[in-house]
Structure formats: structure tokens, C-alpha cells
Ligand binder design. Structure first.
Ligand SMILES: [Zn+2]
Ligand SMILES: [Zn+2]
Length: 257
């Protein structure tokens, strides 16, 4: 503010404290408040200074406003317009850089502090969720029966695999299952028959199908009984395919052939 504006501000103060107007005071205040505009907030700061009670709760007749009071109370008035919580910001027209966003946000906050624009708080949802969401939430924390069953099967299936490895047996899950067509690494599955209109459901089996255990043995080692090499099935002496594998071929824990 300039000395003329400072003079008007001091006239406002004089209405409260009966000070004598003076050109020296106008210049002194203009110098002290050179970076503070003589806007309505500056005048409001003077009024607030003289209307707020002191810390001991009493209005006193000895107050004498100083330029630093105007500066501080004006900032306080402006800060009060800026909400504590989150508030929305206008969306940019087109793309903007991070620096442009910061610039625009600063302008918005300045405009809010000026009282030029209203704050739009970010609204909270009211009235509860949609019935379908409420229904879904009601089931949270409860495991449906078919999921529980599938989980119960998957877990022992994994345990069986670990146990097989621990005792030196073949990892049946290393190979696909020709019986249930489970892929390698996936547990064997079984299908519960369809009931009425409900389609059947696939469940993971706790144990691999026997044929898969044999397939893992075939993939793992040759057979010491029939002489089948790695990857080839066991055979009878006459060349017919053996049903499964010769028992000694299963599991490295058995005596080496
Ligand atoms: Zn299988
Ligand atoms: Zn064999």
C-alpha cells in the first residue's frame, strides 16, 4: 500500500483509538506495509484487532494497532478461508505439466484466500452403498462352501508334493496329467457331477492321479526291470505296454537299479 492508502487505513484505526492523523504516520505505515495491499482484508484486520477480546477476556481501551498487527491478522483472515481438509481443484483444459498444476493450484488457493471463489470440499459419500455392493460386503469374511472345499484340496495337494520331494519320490506335478489333463505344475482335478441345472464344478485333487505318478517316474529314470529308457513306458517282455510302471521304477528312495 502507498502512503495515501495507509492514511485511509489509519483513519479506520483512528475511529477505534482516536489517534491523530499525520503524514509521517502515513509514510511510516506505507513503508512497513509496502508489500501488503490495502484490500478489504487489511481493513478487516484493523476491525478485528479492536473487536477481539484480549487473552484475559476483557476489552481494554489501551490498544494501539501497529503495522505488524495488520500484517498478521490479515494473513489470519485469509488463512481462515482455506479449508483444512481436501478441496477440489478445477480440471485443466487439455494437458498440463506438473509445474503448471502447481501454478494453477497456487492461483486457486490465492483466490480462495481473497474470498474471490468458494471452496468446493471433496464430498463424502452419503446414504450407504448400492444394495448390490451391500450384499457383496455382507459376504466378506465368509468363505463360500465350494471355495473352502477347493482350498482344502489344494493345500494337501501342495503338501503331498512337498512330502514326495522330501522322501525322494517323484514330483508328479512336474509332468502333465494324461488322465485329467492338468497342466504341469497344476494339481490334478476332479469334477463334481452336475446337479439339476447346476453345472459340475472342478475341484483340485489332494493327490495326483496314479497315471501321473507313473508318468513322472517314466520321465525321471529308466526301468531296471524291463530296460525302458528315460521317457519311454515300461513294457512286457513280449513288447506289450505295461499298465503303469514296474514298481521299482517309482521313487528314487528305492534301491538304485
Ligand atoms: Zn490328473
Ligand atoms: Zn519297467
Amino acid at each position: 500500500m502507498d502512503p495515501f492508502e495507509a492514511g485511509k487505513l489509519l483513519l479506520t484505526a483512528a475511529a477505534f483509538d482516536n489517534r491523530r492523523p499525520s503524514k509521517a504516520a502515513n509514510h511510516a505505515w506505507a513503508a512497513a506495509l509496502h508489500d501488503v495491499p490495502a484490500d478489504p482484508d487489511a481493513f478487516a484486520a484493523v476491525a478485528r484487532y479492536y473487536t477481539e477480546p484480549t487473552q484475559d477476556g476483557r476489552l481494554d481501551g489501551n490498544r494501539w494497532i501497529q503495522p505488524h498487527h495488520v500484517r498478521q491478522i490479515r494473513r489470519q483472515i485469509r488463512d481462515e478461508r482455506i479449508p483444512d481438509g481436501a478441496f477440489t481443484y478445477p480440471l485443466p483444459v487439455g494437458r498440463e505439466t506438473g509445474a503448471e498444476f502447481v501454478q494453477r493450484r497456487r492461483q486457486q488457493i490465492a483466490a480462495i484466500a481473497d474470498g474471490r471463489i468458494e471452496v468446493e470440499p471433496i464430498l463424502q459419500l452419503k446414504g450407504g452403498p448400492h444394495p448390490t455392493v451391500a450384499d457383496a460386503l455382507a459376504g466378506v469374511g465368509r468363505i463360500p462352501g465350494h471355495v473352502r472345499e477347493a482350498l482344502a484340496e489344494a493345500l494337501p495337494g501342495r503338501r503331498a508334493r512337498v512330502e514326495a520331494r522330501a522322501r525322494g519320490g517323484d514330483d508328479a506335478l512336474a509332468v502333465p496329467c494324461t488322465w485329467c489333463h492338468a497342466e504341469a505344475q497344476k494339481p490334478c482335478k476332479r469334477r463334481r457331477a452336475a446337479r439339476g441345472d447346476a453345472p459340475g464344478t472342478w475341484f483340485r485333487r489332494a493327490a495326483p492321479h496314479p497315471g501321473r505318478v507313473d508318468a513322472a517316474a517314466i520321465a525321471a529314470r529308466p526301468c531296471s526291470i524291463c530296460g525302458a529308457s528315460v521317457g519311454l513306458p515300461c513294457v512286457w517282455p513280449d513288447g506289450r505296454l505295461y499298465d503303469g510302471v514296474h514298481p521299482v521304477r517309482r521313487g528314487a528312495a528305492l534301491p538304485a537299479a
